[in-house]
Write a protein that binds this ligand. Structure first.
Ligand code: 3PG
Length: 306
């Protein structure tokens, strides 16, 4: 009998955990739950004797992978798998998967929630601004970018997108203006939503050279990864551009300085919560459980990323 561990520092909604349990039990497998753990030791202990693991942003580094004595598959219930050491997993013959698109709507909705919260001055009663008629640039047109585009059009925004891996025609067919480079996107858009994965190519790629191109009313929205932003550039942008604002779900390391110096132009969620809805938890959690069952029973490797 196989054992599947759900290791989530930030737990799924109960309804999602119940759904995962049902899928696992139906197959005659065992479920082990490790939620809200407070030390790496607990994860090292729990992963030791399981065949499969479901994680969120939980770190599966080399040490954790080494401790996983019989692990065959690790599924990141979500999009970004930068929290998993793929090299270490591959070396041990462990299959790593993600669940692309399953939590995209939740992230996209939060992007608008956060922009409005900032635009309405944190609901403090003073006059704010609207999204209608403003330009929004979508940097990376994946599952999230596409939904952001749809919602933005509903708000009456002028929407542009760029993505080196997506054909112009796909973007244009969605009624969105295609721009061929990040530089063009930043030059033309008052709001830019960063929807990139964090990898060698993208880390710290959002720098002052790019940000300074933004027109008056520059607002950067980052619900993706803090590593995408070059933090000295972020501080420079705040200092040099009195109009610049930043809203994020992944607080930068320099957040205390920003909060102290520019409290009205910055908002970060207290804990990463883009994917934290019941629906997204159900979608991503159950997809992860199904992918594990399908791999363990049929060898199905769809969504493998290593
Ligand atoms: C993702 O990559 O899917 C999102 O960042 C969500 O992360 P979370 O599952 O830790 O909320």
């Amino acid at each position: 009998m196989h054992t599947i561990l759900v290791a989530t520092d930030k737990p799924f909604a109960r309804v999602a955990v119940d759904g995962i349990k049902e899928i696992v039990k139906k197959e005659g497998f065992e479920l082990k739950l490790l939620e809200k753990y407070t030390s790496k030791e607990q994860l090292l202990d729990a992963i030791n004797d399981v065949d499969a693991v479901i994680v969120r942003s939980d770190i599966l580094d080399e040490q954790v992978i080494q401790a996983a004595g019989k692990l065959k598959i690790a599924v990141r219930a979500g999009a970004g798998y930068d929290n998993i050491d793929l090299k270490a997993a591959t070396a041990k013959g462990i299959v790593v998967m993600n669940t692309p698109g399953q939590n995209a709507n939740a992230v996209a909705e939060l992007i608008f929630g956060a922009m409005i919260y900032l635009n309405r001055n944190f609901y403090n009663g003073s006059s704010g601004t609207e999204l209608r008629g403003k330009t929004l640039g979508i940097q990376a047109y994946g599952h999230i970018g596409r939904i952001v585009g749809m919602i933005a059009r509903g708000f009456g925004m002028v929407v542009c997108a760029t993505d080196p891996y997506v054909d112009k025609i796909i973007i244009e067919n969605d009624g969105i203006r295609y721009v061929s480079s990040a530089r063009d996107l930043y030059s033309e858009c008052q709001y830019v939503s960063v929807n990139l994965p964090a990898n060698k190519e993208t880390k710290e790629s959002i720098n002052f050279d790019l940000l300074k191109l933004m027109p008056e009313g520059a607002t950067l929205v980052n619900m993706a990864r803090k590593e995408l932003i070059h933090e000295p550039s972020l501080l420079k942008m705040f200092a040099e551009r009195k109009d610049f604002r930043y809203v994020t779900d992944v607080a930068p390391d320099c957040q205390e300085q920003i909060k102290a110096e520019y409290p009205n132009r910055y908002y970060a969620t207290p804990k990463k919560m883009g994917a934290q809805t019941e629906e997204a938890n159900i979608n991503a959690g159950l997809a992860a459980a199904r992918q594990i069952v399908s791999f363990l029973t049929k060898g199905d490797k769809t969504f493998q990323v290593n």
